[in-house]
Design a binder for this molecule. Structure first.
Ligand code: URA
Length: 214
């Protein structure tokens, strides 16, 4: 995807006050029908500048494979482009007693990078937007639903884009499919069955979409 330089610069400047590192714009086919929106890069992604290359990425690959897709069939991006971190204590030798740990992006960080995601959605105009986890789902829809209440469903709704005085809704509606973030199963193995059911739902949506395109 070609990026207006000012947009990227503005996003980097907006983010300067916060504890974040690295910058990942996205990867995959920017002409694809499916956009996948994650939360924010983790440590590996921030270092390499590519999305989902760590443990969560291996899980995402399994999910894509189950849905009959590869990374080349989709475009992968995220709400925030830099890794939000916090300092935590550690006994690890050579660490100086502390290390950086991942954390969820806060609202200011989400706002700082909002125009990047808005630009990607407008440019790509995807038929399906998959929201990986609550941060992506809320950023896109503006709704505060719990993932357990929306998983396995599709929503044909406008998405939020950032205006000068807050978020507005797009005129266009998109098919939003909320899925659990691929890392969620590491903390909550009990959601495994629901994950596969939600992927079955996603597969059916892909099928519907391909028929529509004829
Ligand atoms: N989580 C995300 O949302 N994106 C990544 O690239 C990695 C983990």
């Amino acid at each position: 995807m070609n990026w207006p330089e000012e947009l990227v610069k503005e996003a980097e400047q907006n983010m300067e006050p916060y504890d974040v590192e690295g910058f990942v714009l996205g990867a995959g086919d920017d002409q694809a029908d499916i956009m996948i929106v994650g939360e924010a890069p983790g440590e590996n992604e921030a270092v390499k500048g590519r999305p989902f290359i760590g443990r969560a990425g291996a899980e995402l690959d399994k999910h894509l494979d189950y849905a009959g897709l590869s990374r080349e069939d989709v475009y992968i991006t995220s709400v925030v482009r830099s890794r939000p971190y916090k300092w935590v204590d550690t006994n690890k030798k050579g660490s100086g007693g502390r290390r950086k740990a991942n954390r969820k992006p806060n609202q200011k960080e989400i706002d700082a990078h909002a125009r990047l995601l808005d630009y990607q959605i407008a440019e790509m105009d995807p038929a399906i937007i998959v929201a990986l986890g609550g941060v992506a789902y809320q950023r896109l829809t503006g709704k505060n639903h719990k993932m357990t209440d929306v998983i396995g469903r599709s929503f044909h709704v406008p998405v939020q884009k950032k205006g000068d005085s807050g978020y507005e809704l797009t005129e266009k509606t998109y098919t939003i499919i909320p899925l659990y973030h691929p890392a969620a199963v590491f903390y909550n193995p009990g959601i495994k069955d629901t994950i596969w059911e939600s992927l079955d739902h996603w597969k059916r949506e892909i099928e519907k979409n391909s028929h529509r395109k004829g």
